[in-house]
Ligand binder design. Structure first.
Ligand SMILES: Nc1ncnc2c1ncn2[C@@H]1O[C@H](COP(=O)(O)OP(=O)(O)OP(=O)(O)O)[C@@H](O)[C@H]1O
Ligand SMILES: [Mg+2]
Length: 227
């Protein structure tokens, strides 16, 4: 099968204001992700992990280098093309779940099915959402709003939401960061099980070496490169 993502010589610098020094964050990152692969990205705070993940997810652009996603040159896509790529092919999970507070668990999961190029059939999507929520142990909580769920439950809803469109690539920025150790490990086990079941490639940022060791490839950002 062809690659999910290829980054070639990706570099990114920031200059906070006109007079502040230029900060080189990424400097020649090389990365190739195969279907179904799981990668951990570790490294100290501020080393560029989120910057790298955002570039992979087309939420940010590198200053130079190339980003190929699902065989397409992501840097050549316009805003509409990028939105479609994100909606159809990429799932995101963040440290804080970003669930919509006025929607139930089930409704939150269905939000991504309302956008994108292929309108997912309503009944089929709802059926799939119910099944997945049941699969992650939330079958009895479908109609609860986020505030009525525990932190770990909220994060599981966010995982299901990220998977509802069956993305080829799932990007997770410290998904267990706000959870206690036991909930974090449970979420991690769930992500890996779903990855195996669905063949979704997973890239996860984590500060926890134990969680990183569970992935096929534990990588570290060091001096702007991946090692
Ligand atoms: N929009 C921006 N403007 C200026 N500097 C930025 C911007 N975004 C990120 N940076 C800087 O780039 C560096 C890398 O940031 P990034 O968020 O990628 O780090 P990180 O490895 O994810 O850190 P953490 O583990 O704390 O989340 C940091 O020093 C940050 O201050
Ligand atoms: Mg970060």
């Amino acid at each position: 099968m062809s690659d999910i993502a290829v980054l070639h010589h990706v570099s990114k610098s920031y200059q906070a204001s006109q007079h502040s020094p230029i900060q080189e964050v990424l400097n020649g990152v090389e990365l190739r992700i195969s279907p179904g692969e799981t990668l951990a990205i570790t490294g100290p705070s501020g080393c560029g992990k989120s910057t790298l993940l955002n570039i992979l997810g087309t939420l940010d652009r590198p200053d130079s280098g190339s980003v190929t996603l699902f065989g397409q040159d992501a840097l050549a896509l316009d805003e509409q093309g990028l939105s479609r790529m994100r909606a159809d092919r990429i799932g995101f999970i963040f440290q804080f779940h970003h669930l919509l507070p006025h929607l139930t668990a089930l409704e939150n999961v269905l939000v991504p099915t309302l956008a994108g190029s292929v309108k997912v059939e309503r009944l089929a999507a709802t059926e799939r959402a119910r099944k997945l929520l049941d699969r992650v142990g939330l079958g009895a909580h479908l109609d609860k709003k986020p505030a009525q769920l525990s932190g770990g439950e909220q994060q599981r809803v966010a995982v299901v939401r990220a998977l509802i469109r069956q993305p080829g690539l799932l990007l997770a920025d410290e998904p267990t960061g706000a959870l206690d150790a036991a909930s974090g490990k449970a979420l991690m086990d769930l992500l890996l099980e779903l990855n195996t079941e669905h063949g979704t490639a997973l890239v996860m940022i984590t500060h926890d070496p134990k969680l990183a060791a569970l992935m096929h490839r534990p990588l570290r950002v060091e001096d702007g490169r991946l090692v």
